[in-house]
Write a protein that binds this ligand. Structure first.
Ligand code: HEM
Length: 436
C-alpha cells in the first residue's frame, strides 16, 4: 500500500512563516545539494507552500517519465508568465504536445546542416573585434553570440545593434529576477515590491520588443526563420501562438546556450593542458578552415569536455505540479502538490559519479549509460529540451571556432563561483585572449 506525504521526511531548518525560503535564498545551490541525504523524496516549505523535492533516480523517473501525464508545469512556471505569455512552456496535455511538435520538427539535427556555416560566421565576425592579450567579459560575449544564433534560427533576422545591447541588458536582469521570485512565497507576487515591479517592466519590454521584431520577420518574403514556417503551418489566425512559442524558444535557448559556452571556456582556461589537447584535436581535424557540421562528430575530446561541463552545471531546478493524484516511489501525492527536482544536484551526487565536483572529461570515454537520469542537462521525458540538437551542434562549433584563433587564459586571482539563476551561471568570468 502506498504511504502518504506525512511519511516523507521534512527537511531540517524550517522556520515559522518563511519555511525553508531563507535557507534557500542564502545559498540556493548548496542548499539544494544538501537535500540528497533524505532518500527518494523530501518535503520543504517555500513560505507556507509545501513542496516535494524528488531526489532519487526512481523519483525522477516517476516525475519525468512514468507518471509524466499526472504532472503539469504548475504554479512555479506560471510565476514567469509575464516573460513567456501564452507560450508552450505554460500549457499542458494535448495542447502542449501539439505546440511542441510544431517547434520540434524544425529543431531536428539535420535541419541545421545548411545554417551552421552562417552561425560559425557570426562567431568569427564577433571575434574579429578582439585583440591579442585583451580581457574579455566572457558572459557578455557568449550572450551576444547565443542571442544572435537563436534569433537567426527563430526569427531569421537580427536585432538592430543599439537595440540588441539594450535587449541583452534587460534580458540578463529579468532572468535573474525569475530565480528570486521562485524562492519567495507566491502571495508576495502581487505586492508592489521592487523585485516584482522590475520583473513586470523587464518582461513587458522584452516581449513587446520580440513581438515587434517577429512581425517584421513575417513581412520578409525570403525569411527562413522557424517562426515564419510555423505560421505557414498553423495559418494566419494563429500568429499569436507562433509568436508566443518563438518567445519561449528565445527565452529558453539564449541564456542556456550562453551559460553552456561560458562554462566550457572557463574549464578550458582552468585546465590549460586540456585546452592544448582540445586545440590539437581541432587543429588535426579542421586545420584553419571554418568548422562545419560534418566536423562535429570527429572530435571526441571536445565532445567529452562539453558533456563534462554540462554535467557540472546542469539546470538548478525543474518544477512541476501534480494535476491529479499520483504515486511517486510508492508515496501517494495529492493533486495540487508542487514537485521540484534538480539536474544540477543529481549530476553532482557521489552516488552516481566518482569525484563528482572535479572536471574530468575522460570519465565520458567509458560507457556512460549507467548514469541514466543522473545526467540530464536537457531534462527528460515529454518536456525534454527541444533545442538539445541545436545546442549540441552550436557548442562544439563555437568552441572550435574560438580555440582555432585564440588561447584562453583565466585570471587565477579572481574566483569564479556558480550562481543560482534560470541556469547555473558564473558570477563573473573575465579571461584574456591570446592570439594563436
Ligand atoms: C546548452 C543549452 C541548453 C540547455 C542546457 C537547455 C536546457 C533545458 C532544460 C533542462 C529544459 C527542460 C525544462 C523542464 O523539464 O521543465 C529545457 C526546455 C526547453 N528548452 Fe532548452 N536548453 C538549451 C538550449 C535550448 C535552445 C537552443 C532552445 C531553442 C531553440 C531551447 C528551447 C527550450 C524550450 C522551448 C523548452 C521548453 C520545452 C517544453 O516545455 O516542452 N533550449 N531546456
Amino acid at each position: 500500500m502506498a504511504s502518504t506525504l506525512a511519511d516523507v521526511p521534512q527537511a531540517s531548518g524550517r522556520l515559522p512563516i518563511v519555511g525553508h525560503s531563507l535557507a534557500m535564498l542564502r545559498d540556493p545551490l548548496t542548499y539544494i545539494e544538501s537535500l540528497r541525504t533524505y532518500g527518494h523524496l523530501v518535503r520543504i516549505d517555500v513560505g507556507r507552500t509545501e513542496l516535494l523535492f524528488a531526489l532519487s533516480i526512481e523519483a525522477l523517473d516517476d516525475v519525468l517519465r512514468n507518471k509524466a501525464a499526472d504532472f503539469g508545469q504548475g504554479r512555479f512556471m506560471h510565476r514567469a508568465e509575464p516573460l513567456i505569455p501564452n507560450s508552450m512552456l505554460l500549457v499542458d496535455g494535448e495542447e502542449h504536445i501539439d505546440r511542441r511538435r510544431h517547434a520540434q520538427q524544425h529543431l531536428r539535427r539535420d535541419a541545421f546542416r545548411a545554417v551552421t556555416e552562417r552561425h560559425v560566421n557570426l562567431v568569427q565576425q564577433h571575434m574579429s573585434s578582439w585583440t591579442d592579450r585583451q580581457w574579455i567579459d566572457v558572459l557578455e560575449e557568449t550572450l551576444t553570440i547565443a542571442l544572435r544564433t537563436v534569433l537567426h534560427v527563430t526569427l531569421g533576422r537580427q536585432f538592430p545593434l543599439v537595440r540588441e545591447i539594450e535587449f541583452r541588458r534587460v534580458f540578463g536582469k529579468t532572468l535573474h529576477l525569475i530565480s528570486r521570485r521562485v524562492m519567495i512565497p507566491t502571495w508576495a507576487d502581487k505586492l508592489p515590491l521592487p523585485v516584482n515591479r522590475s520583473f513586470e517592466r523587464g518582461s513587458n519590454y522584452l516581449t513587446t520588443f520580440i513581438t515587434q521584431e517577429a512581425r517584421r520577420s513575417l513581412d520578409e518574403e525570403q525569411n527562413s526563420g522557424i517562426m515564419k514556417r510555423i505560421v505557414q503551418e498553423y495559418g494566419e489566425e494563429k500568429i499569436g501562438t507562433a509568436i508566443s512559442d518563438t518567445i519561449a524558444m528565445i527565452m529558453g535557448g539564449t541564456e542556456t546556450l550562453a551559460s553552456g559556452i561560458s562554462w566550457v571556456l572557463y574549464h578550458l582556461g582552468k585546465a590549460p593542458e586540456i585546452q592544448s589537447n582540445v586545440w590539437a584535436e581541432i587543429h588535426e581535424t579542421i586545420g584553419d578552415r571554418p568548422p562545419s557540421f560534418d566536423d562535429i562528430d570527429k572530435m571526441p575530446l571536445l565532445a567529452q569536455v562539453i558533456r563534462e561541463s554540462l554535467r557540472l552545471y546542469s539546470a538548478p531546478i525543474l518544477a512541476r505540479t501534480c494535476i491529479r493524484e499520483t504515486v511517486i516511489t510508492g508515496v501517494r501525492v495529492p493533486a495540487g502538490t508542487s514537485v521540484f527536482l534538480s539536474p544540477y544536484a543529481t549530476s553532482r551526487n557521489p552516488q552516481f559519479f566518482d569525484r563528482p565536483t572535479d572536471f574530468l572529461p575522460d570519465r565520458w570515454s567509458v560507457d556512460e549509460k549507467a548514469t541514466r537520469l543522473a545526467f540530464i542537462p536537457f531534462g527528460a521525458g515529454r518536456r525534454k529540451c527541444p533545442g538539445e540538437h541545436l545546442a549540441m551542434l552550436e557548442l562544439p562549433l563555437f568552441v572550435a571556432a574560438i580555440l582555432q584563433k585564440w588561447r584562453l587564459v583565466l585570471d587565477p586571482t579572481v574566483p569564479v563561483r556558480p550562481t543560482f539563476a534560470v541556469t547555473v551561471r558564473p558570477n563573473q568570468l573575465r579571461m584574456v585572449v591570446r592570439k594563436r
